[in-house]
Ligand binder design. Structure first.
Ligand code: ADP
Length: 395
């Protein structure tokens, strides 16, 4: 089968055409600057092709058309006709309480995704644009929605409820949902294949956005992001956990609206804010810290410290720890950051092998032979999960 995986943002759209069984990627790419001008970057790994072209993309529909055009292009394409594409899988960020699993897209599903917009106002509208554009251009292909929140629906109430007045949960469904669920689910499955069932696992998905999940026997018990992806550990530009009074203070004393404060907490904070604006990219922060930039060093220290605290908290929540996993951009590549996080966790049975840790992007054990807890680096593959769910539901 050939599944087209779509991840639509407000002005960008990522795609992969892949085989859900083998995981082979036939083509992948990115449409950027949708609604501004439009640029397509397309790669076909087996043909060793990379093309970048400027294509007008006033809306997501033109972006999808550009993707389909290049997929069937005689030179740069990988299929002879769109008929070869069996189905389309869409990443949808917020599934609210409606979706514990992926869903074949029909009018009822779309209605439910729309109903989640108040919970995911920054992401769901863009995801819907991607779905609607695909429905328009590929009306006869099955389309599937795969939700970032779905994997976390196994959390018990004590983990997902906020200690706010009950009515806000009962009426408005305000609670912890968690994100990166497709990545956490992929890792949970890989750990089961690599280490077996019934294990206590903490997965650290550390990228530009970061979240941790406490996993027991493959099922999520707790996760660090909440109603939105803003909370948990500090991120590239997101603040992470914070006393809400800080928001009120900035609002009042800097004469800003709540929306403006939220933009500061989402886009100007995290390691970017803490480093005094050096960068949201951990490579830049490491380079600056190595040159003696104390704010960059503080940003790295703070990030490692908060991840370490979550590991401690989740080990307590799980009543022990068997496997600690690092994934996503920083988790897969950040040799220094993994070392900083694991340092001092020996009391939990976490002992890193500094030599084995010198790896980037491979699936490998990095714990010492006598470490009670196995430490793994596992490259995540959200697209594969989306393709597999899509194939299963489209059949
Ligand atoms: P996103 O959340 O956007 O999907 P990624 O998972 O791709 O993010 O992670 C991107 C981050 O990975 C970058 O901000 C960068 O800091 C980090 N990263 C990539 N390579 C390295 C590296 N070699 N060392 C440290 N950090 C890295």
């Amino acid at each position: 089968m050939k599944i087209l995986v779509i991840n639509a943002g407000s002005s960008s759209l990522k795609y992969q055409l892949m085989d859900p069984d083998s995981g082979d990627v036939f083509a992948k790419g990115l449409c950027e600057r949708i609604g501004i001008d439009g640029r397509l970057t397309h790669k076909a790994p087996a043909k060793d092709i990379k093309v970048v072209s400027e294509i007008p993309m006033p809306t997501h529909a033109e972006a999808i058309t550009a993707v389909l055009d290049i997929l069937v292009d005689p030179v740069n394409g990988v299929v002879s006709s769109v008929d070869e594409i069996d189905a389309v899988g869409h990443r949808v960020v917020h599934g609210g309480m409606k979706f514990a699993e992926s869903c074949l897209i029909d009018e009822a599903c779309l209605e439910a995704v729309r109903a989640c917009i108040p919970l995911g106002p920054l992401h769901n509208p863009a995801n819907l644009l991607g779905i609607e554009a695909c429905q328009k251009i590929l009306p006869n292909k099955p389309q599937v929605a795969v939700f970032d929140t779905a994997y976390h629906m196994t959390m018990p109430p004590k983990a997902y409820r906020y200690a706010i007045p009950d009515e806000y949960y009962e009426k408005d469904s305000l609670r912890r949902y968690g994100f990166h669920g497709t990545s956490h689910r992929y890792i949970a499955k890989r750990v089961e294949a690599l280490e077996g069932k019934g294990l206590k696992v903490i997965n650290c998905h550390l990228g530009n956005g970061s979240s941790l999940a406490a996993i027991l026997d493959g099922k999520c018990q707790d996760t660090s992001m909440g109603l939105s992806p803003l909370c948990g550990v500090p991120m590239g530009t997101r603040v992470g956990d914070i006393d809400t009074t800080v928001a009120q203070y900035i609002c009042k004393n800097y004469n800003k609206s709540m929306d403006e404060v939220m933009t500061i907490l989402n886009k100007k904070s995290g390691v970017f804010g803490l480093s005094g604006g050096v960068s949201s990219d951990f490579r830049d922060l490491e380079a600056a810290a190595a040159q003696g930039n104390e704010k960059a060093q503080l940003a790295l220290d703070k990030f490692a410290y908060e991840v370490k605290k979550y590991i401690g908290a989740y080990a307590a929540a799980l009543g022990g720890l068997d496997v600690l996993v690092f994934t996503a951009g920083v988790g897969e590549n950040g040799v220094l950051m993994r070392s900083m996080i694991c340092e001092g966790l020996e009391f939990l049975g976490v002992k890193l092998d500094q030599e084995k840790n010198k790896l980037r992007g491979d699936e490998r054990i990095i714990s010492a032979a006598d470490s009670k807890v196995k430490i793994w680096v596992i490259p995540t593959n959200e697209e594969l999960m989306i393709a597999q769910d899509t194939a299963a539901l489209a059949k």
